[in-house]
Design a protein around this ligand. Sequence first.
Ligand code: CA
Length: 229
Amino acid sequence: MTTTKIAKVLLVEDEEQLLRVLGSTLAAAGYATTLAKTGAEAIACIANETFDVILLDLGLPDLDGKDVITQARATTRAPILVLSARASENEKIAALDRGANDYVAKPFGVGELLARVRVAVRPPFGAGAPGNYSSKNIEIDFRSRIAVVEGATKRLTARETELLRALADANGDIVSHEELVTRIWGVSGDADVMHLRVLAWQVRRKIEPDAAAPRYLISEQGLGYRLSA
Ligand code: CA
């Protein structure tokens, strides 16, 4: 379906351990990751290279992260995702006003961060974004929320569509329960894995010839779901 290109991530974080853990998590998720430990390093990286997303800690030893955002915005339109323990609303507003796109408060789960990164690098809806998925037996039009399964047309709800889109984006890889819940219901929602199971069941009743023996929407016990072509 989509042509897959490796997204380039710049991770700016002065805490050595967090930098290492997040850096290897992002690399394991398939991102080309560049690490920077100071604001000056970050600005130099941004001047020399093009990134698809920038993850920026606000509390850096040499510069205020907000000033890094201002300087970055002079040269790049890449989404900037702020990572910070500063929970005050004013700090968030200031970071967003300077040109950050989103905000993740520390401590955050790795699943949540990866979900935010995926959203950040995903092309905007309607701007050349792939609006369709097609495999041998299934065609899905995400914009009109229609699935055609073995010739039969099924209407999907918004959440059913989002579940299928998240799985289609992963190109057959498993997407974790946590990531799916975050993507479908949002970070601050009350939904959990049970909601996801109910939603997956609904989708199966629409797209599977036998919902009890799924062929397309596959559950990987304890891990998540994947879409089998
Ligand atoms: Ca810091």
